[in-house]
Design a protein around this ligand. Structure first.
Ligand code: PEP
Length: 249
């Protein structure tokens, strides 16, 4: 069975004052709890890890460079992320693909760098509203998966998050049937490429306007093993009920 995982992407939100949300979340976790990963902005990684360590919460970053070191002003390497104690890194988020023109090749190189540093990559893939309207969703997802995910993926090194771009931060959510169709498709592609044993163990997360009031329904789908949550991960009072719904699923 794939691991159940709830990951929170704080994006460019939060200062040291927000770290109290991690403590509050730790106190509100169900027992047993699914795996919980919080991805705060890079300047908070070290302190977030110190706070999260005793709380059954792990910490992830939101991006990394594909090189290990060098003249890349403003960037951080996967090694630097691992050095903070963080264990995960989000890669290929649609906001980076769009705003920084990251290609599948870029994302693939970054995933290799993450693996080399011992990090688990959370690979994001998803179609735009136009792609969905034109019935191109599965082509886009298949292309991103094939192009961004390097050979050698394992359940320990990789999570795949299906994040329809039109659902991110909009309050719009695909129907359960639409989520099931894409997640089943991703599962098939992973088992074809990496074999049944590995492909069926890689956790598949859904992301895009997951909230406390829709999480239960989304987690009903067989190949939804968790969620990547943006806005609703910023407050423990919102994220905890989503995690509780995952624990019950
Ligand atoms: C995200 O950006 O990864 C995300 C899922 O955001 P939100 O939950 O706010 O839609």
């Amino acid at each position: 069975m794939p691991l159940k995982i709830a990951a929170g992407n704080w994006k460019m939100n939060g200062t040291a004052a927000s770290l109290g949300e991690i403590s509050a979340l730790g106190a509100a976790l169900p027992d047993p709890a699914p795996a919980v990963v919080i991805c705060p902005p890079a300047p908070l990684l070290f302190r977030a890890h110190e706070i999260a360590g005793p709380l059954r919460i792990t910490i992830g970053a939101q991006d990394c460079h594909n090189d290990t070191e060098g003249a890349y002003t403003g960037d951080i390497s996967a090694e630097m992320i691992a050095d903070t104690g963080a264990t995960h890194v989000i890669l290929g988020h649609s906001e980076r693909r769009e705003a920084y023109a990251e290609t599948n090749d870029d994302v693939r190189d970054k995933i290799r760098a993450a693996w080399n540093a011992g990090l688990t990559a959370i690979l994001c893939i998803g179609e735009s509203g136009e792609d969905r309207a034109a019935n191109n969703t599965l082509d886009i997802i298949g292309g991103q998966l094939a192009g961004s995910l390097p050979n050698g993926a394992t359940a320990a090194s990789t999570l795949v998050a299906y994040e329809p771009i039109w659902a991110i931060g909009t309050g719009k959510v695909p129907t359960l049937e639409e989520i099931i169709e894409v997640h089943d498709f991703i599962r098939d592609r992973l088992t074809q490429r990496f074999g049944v044993e590995t492909g069926s163990e890689i956790s598949l997360l859904y992301g895009g306007s997951v909230k406390p009031d829709n999480a239960e329904t989304i987690f009903r789908a067989e190949n939804v093993d968790g969620a990547l949550v943006g806005g609703a991960s910023l407050r423990a009072t919102d994220f905890a009920p989503i995690i509780a719904a995952l624990a019950r699923s």
